[in-house]
Design a protein around this ligand. Sequence first.
Ligand code: ZN
Length: 496
Amino acid sequence: MLAVTVAPARAAHASAQAAASKAVDASTPVAVASDREESGFWALSADGSVRSFVGEHSVGDARRGPLSSPTVSMAAAAKGYWILEADGQVHGFGGAEPRGSTFAHEAMQPAVEITADQAGTGYWVVTRAGAVSAYGTAVNHGSLRTASLGDPVIGMAATPDGRGYWVATADGTVTPYGDAGRFRAVRRSPADGRLVAIEASRPGRGYWLLFADRRVVPVGHAPGLHSVSSLTGPPAVSCAPTSSGRGLWVLLATGRIVSYGDAPEVVAAVPEASGYSLAGRVITLDPGHNGRNWEDPNYINHLVNAGGFLKACNTTGTATDVGFPESEFNFDVAVDLAADLRRQGAWVVMTRTSNDGVGPCINQRAAIANGAESDAALSIHADGAPAWGHGFSVDVPEPDPGYNDGIITDSLAFGRDVVDAVAGAGVMSISNYTGTDGIVPRDDLGGLNLSHVPIALIECGNMRNAGDAALQASPSFRARLAAALDKAITTFVVHP
Ligand code: ZN
């Protein structure tokens, strides 16, 4: 297949851009837009950086001056492109002139997408509540304007003649305006069926819907698009059509580009923005147990494959003598750690997103980390050992042939990075009751046996030990622990 050349980054401006982007706390890739003059596209990150995938045709970068909010969308103009900030500000590059914006209209925030009209001399801006504003040669055909809707508006697409458009919400609902056709509804997928983008098709009247689980669904007379990509892995966030209209480039949350239909394959990913050392990396955090596991023993005790043998789906975990549950401690540390990782640009997957549920089972937790193609997975636990024992230890997988082949060496290296970071920062001492230098190889844990990605499991101290329990109850200890774990993950992923 063809490979699109990636234009070199504008390195000379990098430090000034980094300073300017400090106010924006995200480097997440957010949007792609097709060039009108050449076959290719641009990719935008939330910090305003733009990378050209249009040969040598690089026209600019939004990080010239301070941004007041994250950039959320971009659209190709007749020449160059426009970039939209969440606060409604529109910036033009490469000859594109801003024609107006929703900025300073508080009721018109946040803006979610900018869509160009047919001529590329005007555009629409749509807000999360569904309000549409038209600028330049674009014509307003109506707004959804329904803040009462449960699902936010994710974007819009204009018909090829520009006399109408569709407004789409995250649940997959599409509302037509002007001459846009009304088509059948599309069912959400049971896995991750959030709609993330809508793109009008030119060969046939209709549109494609892009879901977070990477499904591209043709609607109306839009052609079906074949993809060689599997439907697992990082979620999709945006798409841009090829010049023939018979293909799409799909941007994933990690910055990878996946090609559909006749879109040439793109080897390079959207690169990390400067200062975001984990941009494009996927980290799965697995806070052990769950806060309501004790309420459903039948479910929690049912047997699942733990890597060649059966084991209970999950357990309730332990607690300190004063009743601080392990599940809550694990979850608190994971939330702190996720925030630290996201500040560095990582895509963080959590095996559970609250502490008031049941499960998931150990095999499902492993499947989540595997499915996300994680660069590393960290299970977070605390131990319930005899009261005299104290300190942390790190469990790493022993070989379970046919299951965890290929991750043993990396997992041990990751485990050692965790030990070095936590002990090195003086956050907690290494266990005095288990392991060798803090490392405990295990062959009996389903999460370690079933992993296809480098994984370690930290027991963050002994909840039955008075000294460890006092630390575990302290929010500042949990924050320092999270910072040390962040350092360990960064060390392993970036400097293996
Ligand atoms: Zn545990």
